[in-house]
Design a protein around this ligand. Structure first.
Ligand SMILES: Cc1cc2nc3c(=O)[nH]c(=O)nc-3n(C[C@H](O)[C@H](O)[C@H](O)COP(=O)(O)O)c2cc1C
Length: 354
């Protein structure tokens, strides 16, 4: 089962999804926890991905996910990259290392999507604020108790935009989503398939601090998290965490890693100009767990107050265990929640304590 139709465009999925047959199994009872002080039935969530509107968000809430990240919104309308946007790749070179080696899309589908490494090229599409402000408001009003609505935001760079203008757009967006009903504001500092600017902010320590400050101001007293990409060196990761400390409450690690993906004949899978894309799913998991593990150690070593939220390749209860063992505060799934919408139910059956 997949709630997102890979054979259809992103817009089709927004309009018609989720592809879910409508029977909702009973969600196991779990003791109450909190997410940054907000009551939550678990620390299991959906990462910014398919919760594109109220319908998608309500479905996942009903399926037992408690931390619901509304897909990244922008100040301006942005179309999704052309179809196709999502495929699978052969297990390639070790993603933990920087490499120029391309990953290869097999000629034919290679098995259960839950066991596969994915490649996504969406480009962080967004509708206009007029739509999402009202939709976030209605979504929040419709959610039952002990669910947390997180809204992901990103600034859109324009030619000539200064770093301060970019940071202040993040701040303005934080204020807007907060007013609309977001309980937690997640600033996306990483997107592996946008061409410039907003995709690489997490690599610029100064910008991390500036954006965190602006979002902190815009969010008022609501919790703030920053979504990061893969940072290879501990000293760089440490600098980013130091820059976020005292401004953000947590960091979400990690977004898909950026790699070239080609067809078996060597042509670009997503077409010219979109040679690189985000590697997600199974192959990302060891990279994400390693990132969480290193970040947790830095937080402990340096006495920081940031919480580390894990995401990447969480598709089975045992995957969540690996993140929690590494010290994650919460765990989010995108691909896993899409290909197994009963993932949160399975997790709660085995681990009500999460
Ligand atoms: C359909 C789709 C859309 C996504 N859109 C966003 C987005 O708007 N913002 C964001 O921060 N991450 C986005 N992501 C990345 C996910 O949040 C997540 O970091 C990534 O997919 C790795 O997790 P996974 O292995 O569980 O899929 C998207 C992923 C998918 C599959």
């Amino acid at each position: 089962m997949s709630t997102y139709r890979l054979d259809r465009s992103f817009e089709w999925n927004v309009r018609n999804g989720p592809a879910y047959d409508g029977t909702f199994p009973e969600v196991p009872e779990t003791p109450l926890k909190d997410y940054f002080g907000i009551p939550a039935q678990s620390r299991i969530g959906v990462a910014a991905s398919v919760l594109v509107n109220r319908r998608w968000t309500e479905t996942y809430a009903q399926l037992g996910f408690d931390l619901l990240t509304y897909k990244t919104v922008r100040m301006r309308r942005r179309r999704c990259h052309n179809f196709p946007n999502w495929t699978f790749v052969h297990e390639g070179p070790n993603l933990l290392e920087e490499t120029d080696t391309a990953l290869v899309r097999p000629a034919r589908r290679i098995g259960n999507p839950l066991d596969l490494t994915g490649a996504g090229s969406f480009g962080m599409p967004s509708r206009l604020p007029e739509f999402w402000q009202e939709d976030i408001c209605k979504t929040r009003a419709s959610l039952p108790a002990n669910k947390v609505l997180i809204v992901s935001i990103v600034a859109t760079p324009l030619p000539g935009m200064t770093a301060d203008e970019m940071a202040s757009e993040f701040g303005e967006l934080a204020g807007m989503v907060s007013a609309a009903g977001a309980q937690v504001i997640e600033a996306n500092l990483s997107c592996p398939n946008v061409r410039a600017g907003e995709g690489e902010l997490y690599q610029d320590t100064q910008m991390v601090g500036r954006v965190a400050k602006a979002v902190r101001t815009g969010a008022g007293n609501k919790p703030v998290t920053l979504k990061l990409g893969h940072i290879l060196k501990n000293e760089d990761l440490s600098a980013v965490l130091q820059a976020a400390e005292g401004l953000a409450d947590g960091v979400v690690m990690i977004n898909g890693v950026n790699r070239t993906v080609v067809n078996h004949d060597g042509s670009a899978t997503f077409g010219p100009g979109r040679e690189t894309c985000g590697i997600i799913g199974q192959g990302l998991r060891p990279v994400a767990i390693d990132a969480v593990d290193r970040a947790v150690r830095i937080v402990q070593r340096d006495g920081l107050s940031l919480k580390i939220i894990g995401t990447g390749g969480f598709a089975k209860p045992a995957d969540a265990a690996a993140f929690f063992d590494a010290g994650a505060y919460a765990v989010f799934s995108a691909s896993g929640a899409i290909f197994d919408p009963h993932l949160a139910i399975r997790v709660k059956q085995e681990h009500p304590e999460w």
